[in-house]
Design a protein around this ligand. Structure first.
Ligand SMILES: [Zn+2]
Length: 250
């Protein structure tokens, strides 16, 4: 493990353009359940509640359920704090060692940790978006409206507000995907953290990078790209990344 950490530190120091790609494993260490793992929210809640067509057909039901506290995932997310993995990534970014963070997570914890350039492939639960004019506003504003009886909450233009996270059956945000693909093509090193690389199309991004760039993977479980990665560390992101930052300073 120690040798692998040193190798990863050296690879980051030697690289010209490092991109970090994160998945649910990073959020899990902040207490946010992985939606797709046993005990994740899909076991406790009906996935249809996060179905895009169902929301469009009946947004009021979604907001009523949310108001009644049935969406525990939102609560988990708003109370969560960044962990040492988020902080290590933010520090590397501030020092210019990491250029961009691409994330599958929707909890805003990279930004809370101080990261600035964050590409969100699946949206961000702190925000809602008007389905008419596409303006984004804090989800707390929409929750206040719902609490005061306006269900579904509305934009100033009269459009219906939807959480700015990608529901089942909804297209991924094209601008974020394009940006992520461009970063994957331009980088010479990608560090995958806490992603099992099985959720598509997001997992295409590291696969694209692996065609020409060096790859490091930090994940508890094996991933389909382990075989082509320069370094693979099966460990907790919150332990491995701070150790890498420390090794870089030596
Ligand atoms: Zn609007």
């Amino acid at each position: 493990m120690e040798d692998k950490i040193k190798t990863m530190a050296r690879m980051i120091l030697d690289a010209r353009h490092v991109v970090v790609f994160t998945g649910a494993g990073v959020s899990v260490e902040s207490g946010i359940p992985d939606f797709r793992s046993p005990g994740g929210i899909w076991e406790r809640f009906d996935p249809n509640e996060f179905d895009y067509d169902a929301f469009c057909a009946d947004p009021a039901t979604y907001w009523r359920n949310r108001l009644e506290g049935r969406h525990a995932s939102a609560l988990d997310m708003f109370q969560a704090k960044p962990n040492p993995a988020h902080l290590a990534i933010a520090r590397l970014q501030k020092e210019g060692r990491v250029k961009t963070v691409i994330t599958q997570n929707i909890d805003n914890l990279h930004q809370d940790a101080g990261s600035t350039d964050v590409v969100e492939l699946h949206g961000n639960a702190r925000w809602v978006r008007c389905q008419e004019c596409w303006q984004r506003m804090p989800s707390s504003d929409a929750d206040l409206q719902a609490k005061s009886g306006q269900i579904p909450p509305l934009c100033r233009c009269g459009g219906i507000l939807k959480p700015d996270v990608i529901f089942f059956g909804e297209m991924l945000p094209q601008r974020a995907i394009q940006r992520a693909m461009a970063e994957a093509m331009y980088c010479d090193m990608m560090v995958v953290v806490g992603s099992s690389l099985v959720v598509y199309p997001a997992a295409n991004i590291p696969a694209l990078a692996a065609e020409h760039a060096r790859l490091c993977i930090v994940n508890l479980e094996p991933t389909p790209l382990d075989a082509v990665a320069g370094v693979v560390i099966h460990g907790k992101a919150g332990e491995v990344l701070p150790a890498v930052v420390e090794a870089m300073g030596r």
